[in-house]
Ligand binder design. Structure first.
Ligand code: MLT
Length: 396
């Protein structure tokens, strides 16, 4: 859950609402608490680097009054060699109204005030993202929230990263939520891996198992969107004892057709030639519902544009060569929820309906006004559906 702070009367102006300058100290306090509750305030001393604020911009969206409880979340917008930018949002807990958004540019300096490369430990501490070294030889960036209840493992699609689950990390209560960047994607790049090293969906499944072991989680509710769903099938095939329940979101069980495989090869060539931007351009038109909010569109586009090219290429190869999971559907014996956007063009609702009819006891939820990425396009509806399912899984 986001850090929560209460607005005090002495932070308000003569009009009675939170003073514009007081927001700055609340954003600061929220970051301080994130560090204090996480890695500890001595993280900078340990790393020999301190993030100094270079620039702050704040957009004010709505007023806040004494007694209002504001939830502060944080996400990374940009990471450079010596600098990084965080975006913090303040949302009123009572009515979920967005109150203010701050963007803060930090430059890391050493004890002599000279800029230094951002140490991983500092970056992880400031962004709320942990770096977890796994027995499979890679280090994954993982964002985790919450305690108790079920453990929900959120597996992102292609060419995305864990930030697609921002609203779920912030909005689902009473359960432990874990959202990794898959190997080669987001911040989970690994310099040790030779460029173009083969990654299969099985490699991702093995990483996820190693992640559960590292976090000492015996069983999870495994939720995958699209490619994440393909990985969920592979995980279930290999490690059924570690799956308590399954959420298949905007995905399908079948392997690629011959034409589809050819399409993957063309996309690999496009990525090599035009980078992540070319892939993002080629996909954005089909990803979202016709009514998609422009902020959501921008966020999806930005996420795809910053995807590492090697990760894109590896994902395309892994999806092209994946095994057909159709035959295993009738054998799935854990509670299963199938979610699909009503306007999903890539994995349309008829495929979700077909899965729901063959997986024993599966529940199907179709989300109106969403395309291929309901967790971002219709986050409230997605959260409500996941929350109900998780609560039910815990009761049974
Ligand atoms: C995804 O969203 O993960 C991809 O669209 C899946 C695919 O290309 O098959």
């Amino acid at each position: 859950m986001p850090i929560q702070l209460t607005v005090f009367p002495d932070e308000c102006d003569t009009f009675g609402h939170l003073h514009q300058a007081a927001y700055l100290s609340m954003f600061e306090r929220a970051r301080w608490l994130l560090l204090a509750q996480g890695p500890g305030m001595d993280v900078f001393q340990r790393a020999g680097a301190w993030p100094a604020v270079r620039r702050t911009t704040i957009d004010y969206h709505a007023g806040a009054w004494p007694g209002d409880v504001l939830g502060f979340d944080v996400e990374v917008v940009q990471r450079g060699r010596t600098s990084f930018t965080l975006r913090q949002r303040a949302v009123r807990v009572g009515d979920q109204r967005l109150v203010a958004v701050a963007e803060i540019v930090f430059v890391c300096i050493d004890a002599n005030q000279k800029p230094v490369a951002v140490p991983d430990e500092v970056f992880a501490a400031m962004s709320g993202v942990q770096r977890i070294a796994l027995s499979t030889g890679v280090t994954l960036s993982v964002e985790a929230r919450g305690q108790g209840g079920a453990a929900l493992l959120l597996v992102h699609g292609y060419p995305f990263d864990h930030s697609m689950w921002r609203a779920q990390l912030d909005g689902i209560a009473g359960h432990r939520i874990i959202a990794p960047d898959l190997r080669g994607m987001g911040e989970s790049t690994d310099p040790e891996l030779p460029a173009g090293a083969a990654t299969t969906l099985g490699t991702h499944a093995d990483d996820l198992l190693a992640l559960l072991d590292a976090l000492t989680i015996p069983r999870v509710v495994l939720c995958g969107l699209s490619m994440g769903g393909y990985i969920a099938f592979e995980f279930l095939r290999r490690y059924p004892d570690r799956v308590q329940a399954l959420v298949l979101m905007d995905t399908r069980p079948g392997a690629d057709s011959a034409e589809g495989r050819l399409g993957r090869d063309k996309a690999i060539a496009l990525a090599a030639q035009g980078g992540a931007a070319a892939i993002a351009d080629s996909m954005i038109g089909k990803l979202l519902s016709a009514a998609a909010d422009s902020a959501v569109r921008d966020a999806v586009l930005a996420m795809m544009q910053r995807a590492p090219v090697e990760g894109i290429v590896a994902s395309l190869g892994a999806m092209r060569d994946r095994t057909d999971a159709t035959a295993m559907l009738t054998t799935i014996d854990v509670p299963t929820l199938i979610v699909v956007g009503a306007e999903d063009q890539l994995t349309p609702p008829d495929q979700a309906t077909a899965m729901a009819t063959v997986i024993p006891g599966a529940t199907l939820e179709v989300i109106a006004g969403a395309g291929h990425v309901p967790p971002m396009e219709r986050s409230r509806e997605t959260n409500a559906i996941l929350q109900r399912f998780l609560d039910r899984v815990c009761e049974s």
